[in-house]
Write a protein that binds this ligand. Structure first.
Ligand code: 4NP
Length: 165
C-alpha cells in the first residue's frame, strides 16, 4: 500500500475546473513541501476538477513547464472529475476559486467527512481570494498560479505540522 492510499492518512484534495492547470500544480507543490517537512507519509494528496472535459489528460503543457522550472514534477498526474465519494474519503477539500467552492458546496452529500474551503485561505493576507484561471492567458498566468499556490501550500504545511503532531 502506498502512502497515498493509506486509510489512516490525513487526506487533502485540491479542486479546480479542469484539473489540468491549478489543482495539479497545487498537488505537486504541496506534495513536495510536505515531503520536505517530513509529513508526506502521513498524508494522502490528490487533485480533481469540477468539470469533466479533460478527464484522463496530463496537466497542461504550460503548467508542467512552469512547475518543472521550479523543480516540481506534475507529469504523473492525470485529470479526473471530483466525485461524491471524495467527500467521504478526504478530510479537507480545497477549491482554487469561489466558483469551484460553490460547485463543491452544491454537490456535497449529507454526512460528508470533508471540510471545504479555499486554498488561498492558507496564504497570509489572501483569505477569501481565488487563484486566477490561467487557461486562456499567457505564461505569466502560470507563474502567478505557482506564486499563489506555493504561498498557500507552505501555510497549509505549517498548519498540518502543528495539528497532526
Ligand atoms: P484549471 O484550468 O481549472 O486550472 O485546470 C482550466 C482548464 C481547462 C479549462 C478551463 C480552465 N477549459 O475550459 O477547458
Amino acid at each position: 500500500m502506498t502512502p497515498d492510499t493509506k486509510s489512516s492518512a490525513h487526506a487533502v484534495l485540491f479542486v479546480c475546473l479542469g484539473n489540468i492547470c491549478r489543482s495539479p500544480t497545487a498537488e505537486g507543490v504541496f506534495r513536495a513541501l510536505a515531503r520536505e517537512a517530513g509529513l508526506e507519509p502521513e498524508l494522502r494528496i490528490d487533485s480533481a476538477g469540477t468539470g469533466g472535459y479533460h478527464v484522463g489528460a496530463t496537466p497542461d503543457a504550460r503548467a508542467m513547464a512552469a512547475a518543472s522550472a521550479r523543480g516540481y514534477d506534475l507529469s504523473t498526474i492525470r485529470a479526473r472529475k471530483v466525485s461524491v465519494q471524495d467527500f467521504h474519503e478526504f478530510d479537507l477539500i480545497l477549491a482554487m476559486d469561489e466558483d469551484n467552492l460553490l460547485h463543491l458546496q452544491g454537490i456535497a452529500p449529507e454526512g460528508a467527512r470533508a471540510r471545504l474551503g479555499l486554498l488561498l485561505d492558507y496564504a497570509p493576507g489572501s483569505a477569501g481570494r481565488g487563484v486566477p484561471d490561467p487557461y486562456y492567458g499567457g505564461r505569466n498566468g502560470f507563474e502567478q498560479v505557482l506564486d499563489l499556490v506555493t504561498e498557500a501550500c507552505a501555510g497549509l504545511v505549517d498548519e498540518l505540522r502543528r495539528t497532526l503532531r
